[in-house]
Design a protein around this ligand. Structure first.
Ligand code: PLP
Length: 521
């Protein structure tokens, strides 16, 4: 090849290198970035090799989790001294980075997928989901409109119908047969609650202004009140703060359930004071103790009062795919929106929060803006969905792929078996706690969570939990039920077996024994 003056020097360099076999993959002709030798960090040939190595690393990590300390033994600020203070000027190698994963990262990881992890609620993890997420990253589309990637939008709509049918949701929530409802994947239950609240707020304002056109948005907003149980997740109260509306926490009953009578009383008082009830959140499976609000009482009341009913079943929702637990969802037919997190208990990795609305115009009407750069020729056909109107951000990942992989590779029976195994393990743990007279179970065990404590003071239980977590063999978090400090034992890991639960209980018993030997109130 003749070298001319006009040819850039970098092209010369790359050409030379290729002649010496420096590239195993032929560069595509005319690709400017390759020809200029601009840093690509990793060519696809190396990606193939590193990808296989990474898959091995991940499989080794997950298989070897039992041998790692579940709760890290590090102090705040541990990481900064382990890293340089600036990004490297020249590239590091993949080997160096992977070495640092073990040196810097792993010592500070709480291993959520360890079979010794019983804290919070589960977060889902499965091989089909991990692989689908990789593919989603590779396709890397941003599915804000149908045209921005039709498969991304359409698979999501179908997956939410599949999942809705697994839960036996009322047909009104499904998108098939051109109903008015439909499902969407949100990033989290918190976002779903916020979306529902904002949609309810718009609907309330529109309806009031239809009857009283003289009322301004601001005049209505300052009177709107949202309601939820004193057991609701903190994200619900947060949604009212973000949405700029008042709220009332309704006292739950002795089973930590919000009842119709308590809500009715609050609605009556507030209406008498000139306020406008507009939004109720019912929780199925509360975070503290997995209690269930009484949907069959709350639902008809909300419908009668023309108040939006949103259901937060973030954790428990996955269990409703089992016929024996489906009754816990009875009353969903009264709801305007329903949400749960497949990323908690349905083997689909974070983030994947499934939300259905009875009337999608309620959501879309809240946020619809169509700048020219986002419009496309199909959008007014009525047949397609532009999911950007259903959510807060514009951008969205191809998250339905991981649902599709998981649903197909487990099948509904596999998913049901998974839920049942976790419930069975929780029951086992509950029965052991009940057999030890030093302990008490503090709330009804319905699914995979057991709330328990040593009979005695809060201080005693705080010290017990502190010893459990500082020993690092298992990991638990507490909650407050009324004013009692309670330990939560949640069945979490995909790989947890009866032997792990038995080990955990034996460990807790031993720590309790040594604590009680020296304990003075
Ligand atoms: C976990 C949980 C949430 C929060 O879920 P995110 O998806 O993290 O926002 C909300 N409500 C309940 C009942 C939960 O258990």
């Amino acid at each position: 090849m003749a070298i001319t003056d006009s040819q850039p020097l970098c092209l010369l360099a790359v050409t030379e290198e290729r002649r010496e076999g420096g590239h195993s993959q032929p560069a595509s002709p005319g690709c400017p970035s390759l020809l200029c030798g601009s840093p690509t960090a990793m060519e696809s040939s190396e990606f193939r090799r590193r990808g296989r190595e990474m898959v091995d690393y991940i499989a080794d990590y997950l298989e070897g989790l039992e041998g790692r300390r579940v709760y890290p033994n590090v102090e705040p600020g541990y990481l900064r001294p382990l890293l340089p203070s600036c990004a490297p000027q020249e590239p590091d190698t993949f080997e160096e980075i992977m070495k640092d994963v073990e040196r810097v990262i792993m010592p500070g990881v709480t291993h959520w997928h360890s079979p010794h992890f019983f804290a919070y609620f589960p977060t889902a993890n499965s091989f089909p989901s991990l692989l689908a997420d990789m593919l989603s990253g590779a396709i890397g589309c941003i599915g804000f409109s149908w045209a921005a990637s039709p498969a991304c939008t359409e698979l999501e709509t179908v997956m939410l119908d599949w999942l809705g049918k697994m839960l036996q949701l009322p047909a009104a929530f499904l998108a098939e047969d051109n109903s008015e409802g439909g499902g969407v994947i949100q990033g989290s239950a918190s976002e779903a609650t916020l979306m529902a609240l904002l949609a309810a707020r718009s609907r309330a304002i529109r309806r009031l202004q239809a009857a009283h056109p003289e009322l301004t948005d601001a005049a209505i907003m300052e009177k709107l009140v949202a309601y939820f149980s004193d057991q609701a997740h903190s994200s619900v109260e947060r949604a009212t703060l973000i949405g700029g509306v008042k709220f009332k926490a309704i006292p739950s009953d002795d089973k930590f359930s919000m009842r119709g009578s308590a809500l009715q009383e609050a609605l009556r008082k507030d209406k008498a004071a000139g306020l406008i009830p507009f939004f109720v959140v019912a929780t199925l499976g509360t975070t503290s103790c997995c209690s269930f609000d009484n949907l069959l009482e709350l639902g008809p009341l909300c419908n009668k009062e023309d108040v939006w009913l949103h259901i937060d079943a973030a954790y428990a929702g996955s269990a409703f795919i089992c016929p024996e637990f489906r009754h816990l969802l009875n009353g969903v037919e009264f709801a305007d929106s329903f949400n749960f997190n497949p990323h908690k208990w349905l083997l689909v990795n974070f983030d994947c929060s499934a939300m259905w609305v009875r009337r999608r115009v309620d959501l879309i009407g809240t946020f619809k803006l169509d700048p020219v750069y986002l419009t496309h020729s199909h959008q007014d056909s009525g047949l397609i969905t532009d999911y950007r109107h259903w959510q807060l951000p514009l951008g969205r990942r191809f998250r339905s792929l991981k649902m599709w992989f998981v649903f197909r590779m487990y099948g509904v029976t596999g998913l049901q078996a998974y839920i049942r195994k976790h419930v069975r393990l929780a029951r086992e743990f509950e029965s052991w706690v009940n057999q030890d007279p030093r302990f008490e179970v503090c709330a009804e065990v319905t699914l995979g969570l057991v709330c328990f404590r040593l009979k005695g003071s809060n201080k005693l239980n705080e010290v017990l939990l502190d010893r459990i977590n500082s020993t690092g063999k298992i990991h638990l978090v507490p909650c407050l039920l009324r004013d009692k400090f309670v330990l939560r034992f949640a069945i979490c890991s995909r790989t947890v077996e009866s032997a792990h639960v038995r080990f955990a209980w034996g460990h807790i018993q031993a720590l309790a024994t040594s604590l009680l030997e020296t304990w003075r109130e």
